[in-house]
Ligand binder design. Structure first.
Ligand SMILES: C[S@@+](CC[C@H](N)C(=O)[O-])C[C@H]1O[C@@H](n2cnc3c(N)ncnc32)[C@H](O)[C@@H]1O
Length: 377
């Protein structure tokens, strides 16, 4: 999934479940970005992503040979074309936006129009003439679930996948880890500057064009706190910034997961610290696996990970959640974290989170728990 500046509005309409329906808003805020080749290119240039999907399809070609495939959100059509090249008999390539026209053109230029049928529409709305053996999709957002596109994949699976069909990817996990980073220092500095600036504006002038603006100071602070300190920060971290043991906070079997299972994520984990450091944030990332199903396993399991990587990483990067204040930690300490992530009420494709973290020193000293809200926007 692309690094969209905004996750969009309410959910697309369709025949799957009771979901908020405002298709127009969703097209204006969410889908519109995907209609640009500029954004598709960002994903096409992510070599980690491309290598993983390419290996997943071609090393597991028996899953595709002679089979019917559904590509949910085909974008440029890349996964549909690979499926055809791997031997699929028929590929339904569904795309909500006008990118469908480019996908059609790409299929034509690559000689697979007899196999790849591009259908423009939301997957919730389209009708296929038959059930499929494979569903392939690249639906993952920041920290896996931002953008909530997996809902659409679940819908497609429940409507169109044969009982012995397979999902590409088949499994997904979310990870949380304690990290050191200087990112927060800059953000705190920017926040202080913004507040100083406001103070000058409201206090030095007493009245601004005859109006006392002080009544808005609290709201301005809250707005800036959210923007600078409580919104997650995108970063491709170096592995040596991870100062303790990462923990898996959610595991998803794409063949059986339900929307209820992913609407809210809650976890309680203990993160053992491995070195003396300033614990300044928690970082979140995900991985997905392509391993077929228990009934229909693949030839070779392939992993796509977005974990910190010294060779560069992916366009998803990691999400950095600042801890205010940072904590001094040392090897042998433990950080207990309670975590919740729910969809924003205003926009189901964005996430509201809450972290409670509590440092237990090796010495036995327990620090008071700190609770903080964060936003994945
Ligand atoms: C992350 S992009 C992946 C594009 C392409 N499959 C690839 O791997 O390069 C997701 C695509 O899915 C489309 N999409 C998202 N939700 C959809 C839905 N409910 N129905 C149809 N297309 C959808 C978006 O417009 C976007 O082009």
């Amino acid at each position: 999934m692309a690094s969209l500046p905004n996750g969009g509005g309410a959910a697309a309409s369709g025949s799957c479940g009771a979901r908020p329906v405002d298709k127009e808003v969703d097209f204006a805020n969410y889908f519109c970005t995907y209609a640009y080749l500029y954004h598709q290119k960002e994903m096409l240039c992510d070599r980690v992503r491309m290598d993983a999907y390419h290996s997943a399809v071609f090393r597991n070609a028996p899953h595709f040979q002679g089979k019917v495939v559904l590509d949910v959100g085909t974008g440029s059509g890349i996964l549909a074309i690979w499926s055809a090249q791997a031997g699929a008999r028929k590929v339904y390539a569904v795309e909500a936006t006008n990118m469908a026209e480019h996908a059609r053109e790409l299929a034509r230029a690559n000689g697979v129009t007899d196999i790849v049928e591009v259908i423009q529409g939301t997957v919730e709305d389209v009708d296929l003439p038959e059930k499929v053996d494979v569903i392939i999709s690249e639906w993952m957002g920041y920290f896996l679930l931002r953008e909530s596109m997996f809902d659409s994949v679940i819908c497609a699976r429940d409507r169109w996948l044969k009982p012995d069909g397979v999902m590409y990817p088949s499994h997904a996990r979310m990870w949380l880890a304690p990290i050191r980073t200087g990112l927060g220092d800059k953000k705190r500095e920017d926040f202080d500057i913004a507040m100083d600036d406001w103070s000058l504006f409201v206090q030095d002038t007493q009245t601004y064009y005859g109006v006392n603006m002080n009544a808005l100071t609290k709201a301005y602070r809250a707005e800036h706190e959210k923007y600078y300190l409580k919104s997650s920060i995108w970063n491709n971290l170096h592995p040596n910034q991870v100062i303790g043991q990462p923990a898996a906070i959610k595991e998803i079997d794409c063949l059986t997961a339900t929307v209820d299972e992913i609407r809210e994520v809650r976890a309680q984990v203990t993160l053992p610290i491995r070195m003396e450091a300033r614990l300044s944030a928690l970082a979140g990332w995900f991985d997905v696996h392509f391993r077929g199903s228990a009934q229909n396993p693949g030839v070779e399991e392939v992993e796509l990970t977005t974990a910190p990587d010294e060779h560069g990483g992916t366009h998803w990067g990691q999400q950095v959640f600042l801890l205010t204040p940072p904590l001094s930690v040392t090897k042998g300490d433990n950080v207990n974290v309670s975590f919740s992530m729910v969809r924003s009420k205003e926009n189901h494709r964005l996430m509201d989170m809450e972290f409670t973290y509590e440092l237990h020193e090796l010495s036995g000293r327990k620090h008071p728990a700190v609770k903080t809200k964060m936003y994945l926007e």
